[in-house]
Design a protein around this ligand. Structure first.
Ligand code: C2O
Ligand code: CU
Length: 474
């Protein structure tokens, strides 16, 4: 089974309406709002991760597919997305990494009322940044994302770099039982207090393919999205030298991954450019080996018999910058952000809804993590900081725990300045930064987007266990 033959069920878009409008006189066309329309319906369904090999699995999906349909627009375009809730519980959709107005951010009890069963909500916003993004529910995320709800959201540059194929790989990780059903042990205290819900089955675009077909001389832009609840991916491409060109959608100086391994924490994205430099008919392994104990072969990259071209492409691969404001480090306000809790942590108590709770009481409420000594739930959002619009800020994160945390800020992109006091090589823009156990990481951003924005760990079991807060920009 080949990735290239993967189904891409169509979904409703406004392009048909736009095509009709194109036959109208020019003046009439100019008045049409350039809005691209999409419809997403979240509902229960079934999917097969490997037809004929594995029995089908009950999942929660968008428009009857896992992952949900890829939304693909051009930078500067406006989208209108009607989300219908066909689930038996409330939901929302968060557009992860997209800088948009607060009311469109999809956080229940913070930016909107949750969408009740059978109801719809219309999201509408401009896509100001180009890049690789994704969407997922923000209600009971551990369960809703873990059961399959997520999809890619691609914003193409106005002038994209020249490649032969532009491919998205939505990576996911499932915890399957022997009959291929999803284990329903969501929210158990072990996952919550350790590394999160790490599964036992990996899919790429919703299937477990054996091969991925390429051609000699081909240049591929690979958009990797980690949609899993908790698994950190570390991909290697045997015999090839991928170049990282973007992180979390934002361009970065093209460079080789450290030790050849492309590390992608939960919710993070990496855009690669890979030249297919080997001979026709050859075969290479694509591996995931972040956790040494469990190396996993994703599939073989298989070269077709016919080359695409004799000489590799030499076009430039650096991407144009996004209009993200540059933080002024000289005037930036510093905020200490201490990540605490979890198994082997020293946390004895935390503030929950304004009260001090000892750890035993917290555990009874399913809470075990805190940011600056405060554990939050989906229903209680007390701003951890109030920032004046237009000012620059440094979040100095200190991970006091024994676990990895991909920390995500909504509504903004930040520069990753340093790790353990050492300046980062690329000062990359990101919306999610992976913080290693005991590590200190500093990021900087301009608080230019008014509203209440979530700041949380994207290990969804850590988030559910209290590791979230909000940042208010006024
Ligand atoms: Cu990807 Cu707060 O989310
Ligand atoms: Cu975490």
């Amino acid at each position: 089974r080949h990735l290239t033959t993967m189904r891409r069920r169509s979904f409703l878009t406004g392009s048909a309406a736009l095509a009709a409008a194109a036959t109208l006189p020019r003046a009439a066309f100019a008045q049409m709002p350039a809005v691209k329309e999409f419809k997403l319906t979240a509902a229960q369904g079934r999917t097969s991760f490997a037809a004929d090999v594995i029995p089908s699995t009950e999942v929660w999906e968008y428009n009857g597919q896992v992952p949900g349909p890829e939304i693909r627009v051009k930078q500067g375009e406006r989208v209108r997305i009607v989300v219908k809730n066909g689930l038996a519980e409330e939901t929302t959709v968060h557009w992860h990494g997209l800088r948009l107005p607060n009311a469109m951010d999809g956080v229940p009890h913070l930016t909107q009322k949750p969408i009740a069963t059978g109801d719809s909500f219309t999201y509408e916003f401009d896509c100001v940044d180009a890049g690789t993004f994704w969407y997922h529910p923000h209600s009971r995320s551990s369960v809703q994302v873990g059961r399959g709800l997520s999809g890619p959201f691609i914003v193409e540059e106005r002038e994209p770099i020249a490649v032969d194929r532009d491919i998205t790989w939505a990576l996911n990780d499932w915890r399957l039982l022997k009959d291929a059903s999803i284990s329903n042990d969501f929210g158990n205290m072990h996952d919550m207090s350790h590394a999160g819900r790490i599964g036992n089955f990996i899919t790429v675009n919703g299937i477990s393919p054996e091969t991925f077909e390429v051609r000699s001389g081909e240049r591929i832009r690979l958009r990797l999205i980690n949609t899993s609840n908790a698994r950190i991916f570390g991909l290697t491409f045997e015999g090839h030298a991928p170049t990282i060109v973007a992180m979390d959608g934002h361009p970065v100086t093209p460079h080789a991954p450290e030790k050849g391994q492309v590390v992608i924490g939960p919710a993070m994205r990496v855009d690669l450019v890979i030249d297919m430099t080997a001979a026709p008919g050859s075969r290479f392994k694509v591996m995931d080996s972040f956790y040494q104990q469990q190396e996993f072969r994703l599939f073989h990259m298989v070269y077709a018999d016919k080359p695409l071209r004799a000489e590799p492409r030499t076009d430039a691969i650096a991407l144009p910058h996004n209009p993200v404001p540059e933080p002024d480090l000289a005037t930036a306000q510093r905020h200490d952000v201490v990540l605490g809790g979890g198994m082997m942590g020293q946390m004895a108590s935390a503030q929950v809804g304004g009260e001090t709770m000892d750890i035993r009481t917290m555990l009874r409420h399913g809470l075990i993590w805190a940011i600056n000594g405060v554990a939050s739930t989906e229903h209680v959002h007390e701003p951890m900081a109030t920032l004046k619009r237009g000012t620059s800020h440094i979040l100095a994160m200190e991970n006091e725990t024994a676990w990895w945390h991909p920390m995500h800020l909504h509504g903004h992109a930040f520069r990753v300045l340093s790790r353990n006091g050492v300046p980062t090589r690329h000062r990359e823009w990101r919306d999610t930064v992976l913080v290693a156990p005991r590590e200190r990481v500093e990021v900087a951003f301009v608080a230019d987007n008014p509203g209440d924005w979530m700041f949380h760990c994207h290990v969804l079991e850590h988030q559910a266990g209290g590791m979230m807060g909000t940042v208010r920009v006024i």
